[in-house]
Write a protein that binds this ligand. Structure first.
Ligand code: 173
Length: 324
């Protein structure tokens, strides 16, 4: 009899327990601006896997899709309006909403340094004010962009070059005299194949994901800027979470950011693979390289000053010029 009662009590507690757990659990909807099975989404997927593993009963994240469900340049709007709760994306893709976001690239300070010196807080506030979103976690830090080309390059005069572009490269490519043509990553292969562009901007990693090595003769060194990919949160979705859920997610953000240094290994691996695939390195001589970098950083900051004269000086103080 006693045994039966304790059995009933136990099962009731379990039932209530799971009911309680269930009532507290929230499932957040997420999208990635990059194809889900490519490098630019890998680290986001690791983050989601860990959250779903450790956050049972508290927070779960459901990835609804990649750019096939919401086009890359629309992801910012989807986060702003709450169509999704969070996204793996980049400030380059929502530069129309937060033009100051380009400072996240034009920096040689790590996300840990920016959290320490207030740079992250300022950029997060600008995102909240202008786009109803939070700069939640940076998942790519320390990798650089390059110009990839099918025509040789030996100077900083790229007049007559048509380069596939995205907002992050726009000011820089114009400063070289090139004609930028904006395409999403998914449209770039066709643009190259048809000869619509002579080259493109892209990070050190990820060419093979998209098959671009087949359409690429040269990579120009040096690289420039600091590739930024981040998780952005809809502000209202974030505010709706309870303290425990927020603290848990914050801890996971800290974890994923602590693994950003793996980018350096990935960069080396990918450059080796590019060489093996027959992509030649154009190593610009020092004077041309200096001029190229000077144009990249100067034009980038100029564009921020132009669109946001009020925020630019403080951003530049906190993010640095980007060139150490
Ligand atoms: O499309 C791009 O080249 C771009 O803006 C970008 C930004 C971050 C990572 C990868 C690509």
């Amino acid at each position: 009899m006693l045994k039966n009662i304790s059995k009933i009590l136990l099962s009731t507690t379990l039932a209530l327990g799971s009911l309680g757990l269930h009532a507290n659990e929230v499932t957040l909807k997420a999208v990635s601006a990059f194809d889900l099975d490519t490098h630019m989404s890998h680290r986001f997927k690791s983050f989601v896997d860990k959250v779903n593993e450790e956050g049972k009963g508290l927070v779960q994240i459901q990835i609804v899709g990649g750019p096939e469900s919401i086009p890359a340049f629309e992801v910012g709007n989807a986060v702003r309006s709450g169509v999704v709760d969070l996204a793996n994306s980049t400030g380059s893709f929502h530069a129309n909403l937060v033009p100051e976001g380009l400072a996240m690239f034009i920096t040689d300070r790590s996300i840990q340094e920016l959290r320490e010196n207030g740079g992250h807080a300022l950029m997060d506030k600008i995102h909240q004010d202008k786009a109803n979103m939070r700069w939640f976690a940076r998942v790519r830090d320390g990798m650089q962009f390059h110009i990839y080309s099918n025509k040789p390059i030996d100077s900083t005069n790229l007049k007559g070059f048509k380069l596939r572009s995205a907002p992050v490269y726009l000011a820089f490519f114009r400063s070289l005299g090139a004609t930028p043509l904006q395409t999403s990553p998914g449209e770039t292969y066709t643009a190259l194949e048809r000869g619509v562009v002579d080259g493109y901007g892209w990070p050190s990693a990820g060419l093979f994901d998209l098959g671009w090595q087949e359409q690429t003769k040269y990579r120009v060194d040096p690289g420039f800027y600091n590739v930024e990919v981040s998780i952005f949160f809809n502000k209202d979705s974030w505010n709706k979470l309870n303290d425990e859920q927020r603290a848990f997610l914050q801890k996971q953000a800290e974890w994923i950011e602590s693994t950003n240094k793996d980018d350096l290994v990935l960069t080396e691996d990918e450059k080796r693979k590019q060489k093996e695939a027959g992509i030649e390195t154009i190593a610009l001589p020092k004077d041309v390289a200096d001029e190229l970098l000077n144009k990249a950083y100067t034009s980038g900051w100029e564009s921020i000053y132009k669109v946001s004269p009020d925020n630019a000086p403080e951003l530049e103080r906190l993010f640095g010029k980007g060139q150490s």
